[in-house]
Design a protein around this ligand. Structure first.
Ligand code: FAD
Length: 393
């Protein structure tokens, strides 16, 4: 089997970052796809996203490099700062020095803008690929293919890729492993227009403030006219209804009371601009993703904490790899096995590294001695090239 021999379309549950990237990779290889997205209209929420060089390299292979760069900010320098003094504890260059070292840039952009770039690119290649209002409700596999029941009718295909996020219906149908688990972290996030800040000229453009059991990340988006702000806290439990809700501003201010004026400016900017409080949820590792003609990619397969900024990156890498494997064949089941053989170890390791980094940065000022090095990211994920890594290795 090669791309020309996919008689039935590849079905993809979920039109988020993972699903759209997989669809683009497949359509570019000549494989027909149907993306089944539950939302009735296209809209991506959740503030902004950082794309490390491994993510931008993979997105470049999908032919959207220029549109992506046009929509992004290129951060020039990043620092970890002390939550009370505001002093830089460690700093490193980004911009061209990262691009020279890894051959692809580190970019930051609004999730809505990334989503638009992906949807436009898919639409230009196949205006019929994306089906909205198609919430996946049931799945049956049989000898020759897969049948998927959705709110918009039944779809038949040669295989199904579950790209439907941390609350994946496809994962539930395959493994029935219940609701996701609260990780012990909450995040308040929002995009703050620079006019809502007391000091819009802050430097550097990317910073993480480290405090005891709390961190605050900020970086510029949209041509420097806005700032993405994410404030994290370790907490005992998640007692709220649902997993994302408008922030209680008194609670947010209290959680970051006494922080340096630059961090306080971000918190007040969030309060002024509107912020949501998110519970961060994860899942135990799945030993296998594939069952026959169905497999999982992105958060559906391996949700991870955001502390390495690699959740979307891993979803994009998965998407590029699963598309390459399916386009090559020789048949759907061995292609999905090939994808899993390459992706499972890397994604599983990154989940563990994100957990460990989260603990280190939230505990540093609680348990570390004054001489312990500041726990900065070692960028170990950045080298991987999803577009060229050998499928047979
Ligand atoms: C606070 C925070 C900050 C983050 N920052 C970064 C970052 O800087 N860099 C980074 O790389 N990652 C980051 N991440 C992680 C990143 O957002 C996720 O890993 C990424 O969005 C996963 O993409 P996905 O397509 O797998 O899932 P999702 O983005 O969740 O998309 C799933 C899609 O499936 C649809 N869907 C769900 N159920 C169904 C169904 N039954 N039928 C049909 N459709 C369905 C949904 O509507 C959605 O469109 C962050 C996460 C958080 C929480």
């Amino acid at each position: 089997m090669n791309a020309m021999h996919h008689k039935q379309p590849v079905l993809i549950a979920g039109g988020g970052i993972a699903g759209l990237c997989a669809a683009l990779g497949l359509v570019r290889a000549g494989v027909p796809v149907r993306v089944l997205e539950q939302a009735a209209e296209l809209r991506e929420v959740g503030a902004a996203v950082s794309l490390a060089p491994n993510a931008t390299r993979a997105l470049d292979s999908l032919g959207i490099g220029q549109a992506l760069r046009d929509a992004s900010n290129w951060p020039q320098r990043a620092a970890m700062k002390h939550y009370q003094s505001g002093a830089e504890m460690v700093a490193y260059p980004m911009g061209s020095s990262m691009e020279q070292r890894w051959g692809a840039p580190y970019l930051q952009l609004l999730r809505a803008d990334l989503h638009t770039v992906l949807v436009d690119a898919l639409h230009a290649l196949d205006p019929t690929a994306l089906h909205l209002g198609a919430r996946v409700q049931g799945i049956q596999q049989h000898g020759e293919g897969v049948e998927v029941q959705t709110a918009a009718g039944t779809f038949r295909g040669g295989c199904l890729i579950g790209a439907d996020g941390v609350r994946s219906a496809v994962r539930a149908a395959l493994y029935g492993d219940g609701a996701p688990d609260f990780t012990g972290y909450v995040a308040w996030r929002g995009v703050v227009p620079v006019e809502n800040l007391r000091n819009p000229d802050f430097k550097p453009d990317t910073a993480v403030f480290l405090g005891p059991q709390r961190t605050l990340l900020r970086y510029r988006v949209r041509g420097h006219r806005a700032v993405n702000v994410v404030a994290f806290a370790r907490v005992e439990g998640w007692a709220e209804e649902g997993w994302s809700l408008p922030a209680d501003l008194d609670e947010l201010r209290a959680a970051f009371a006494g922080w340096h004026e630059e961090a306080d400016d971000m918190i007040e900017g969030l309060c002024l601009s509107g912020a949501f409080k998110w519970g961060l949820f994860g899942r135990a590792e799945l030993p296998r993703w594939q069952q026959g003609r169905v497999s999982l990619i992105g958060d559906a397969a391996h949700p991870m904490l955001p502390f390495l900024g690699q959740g979307a990156a891993m979803a994009i890498e998965d998407a590029v790899l699963v598309a390459r494997a399916l386009a090559r064949g020789p048949d759907v089941e061995s292609a999905l096995a090939c994808y899993e053989r390459i992706r499972h170890p890397r994604a599983t390791l990154t989940v563990k590294r994100a957990d460990a980094h989260g603990l280190r940065i939230h505990q540093h000022l609680v348990t570390a001695s004054a001489t312990d090095p500041v726990p900065r990211d070692d960028f170990a994920e950045f080298d991987f090239d999803a577009a060229t890594t050998p499928l047979d290795a």
